[in-house]
Ligand binder design. Structure first.
Ligand SMILES: [Zn+2]
Length: 260
């Protein structure tokens, strides 16, 4: 893209911002005292997953949103400790009202695909025999993860954190099933959501907060392209149990690929 093209994109975005100002200027003035959102969403940064649009939210102060590749919930401290991200802690720790944390993965996720490729490439080398050894050897400084990711340090760190949340074990669980690459990756997308929910459950003690996991079906694997499917509630991922829990909520689509 040339400089001129980028400037044109910025110009178009700014034109849309003028429309936004017209619609939201007065509304914003009524929300300046603070916020008490009903839900924190964690989504992938993927440009085909339009964060504000997938659930049509246009209500100010309703949704606290956190976006980054692979919809991961963990961060690294200066000491190298893996902790929940501050962007996720923020509302549950500061809200005076019950709230929800909703982790949303998506089919066809590039970050999950990159992690899958990294594990495969490590297993093909002579240095690594089992998926879980990758983290161990990397933390001991015995392998260079960038050799397997072929990515920058930043992207490699994101891949490391996805494995740290359990994507390496998920890979191991699925590796002996006879799955095509694409199918395995989308199963890993679902397991990544489970892992992130589990990570938050284990590493937080939020009060009055429900933790849920869903998949945005970009590729139309569960049903229609664009559907949102609930796959996990508070660590519970049994389809029958989820269906029973949400039986009164007719718009909530409960589904899992591993239930098929
Ligand atoms: Zn993604």
């Amino acid at each position: 893209m040339s400089e001129k093209q980028v400037f044109e994109v910025l110009n178009e975005l700014s034109e849309k911002n003028d429309e936004h100002v017209e619609e939201f200027s007065d509304k914003l003035k009524q929300h300046l005292d603070g916020q008490d959102p009903e839900v924190t969403t964690i989504l992938c940064s993927d440009s085909r997953v339009i964060q504000g649009k997938i659930c049509g939210n246009e209500v100010l102060g309703r949704e606290f949103s956190h976006e980054r590749i692979g919809n991961r919930t963990n961060s690294l401290t200066l000491e190298g400790e893996v902790v929940p991200s501050g962007s996720i802690d923020y509302i549950p720790e500061h809200s005076d009202t019950p709230t929800g944390v909703l982790v949303i993965g998506h089919t066809g996720c590039g970050a999950v695909t990159a992690t899958y490729d990294t594990i495969q490439s490590a297993l093909k080398s002579e240095e690594v025999e089992e998926p879980e050894e990758i983290i161990e050897l990397y933390e001991k400084g015995e392998i260079d993860l960038e050799d397997y990711t072929g990515e920058t340090k930043g992207i490699t760190t994101d891949i490391y954190l996805l494995m740290k949340a359990g994507l390496d074990s998920s890979y191991k669980e699925l590796m002996d099933e006879d799955l095509e690459d694409k199918e395995m990756i989308n199963r890993l997308v679902e397991y990544n959501v489970d892992n992130q929910v589990e990570f938050l459950k284990e590493h937080t003690d939020y009060e009055d907060t429900e933790i849920l996991g869903a998949v945005y079906d970009m590729e139309g694997v569960y049903g229609e392209n664009g559907g949102l499917y609930l796959v996990n509630y508070d660590g519970r991922s049994e389809i029958d149990e989820l269906e029973q829990l949400f039986s009164d909520y007719s718009f909530v689509d409960v589904d899992r690929q591993d239930s098929a």
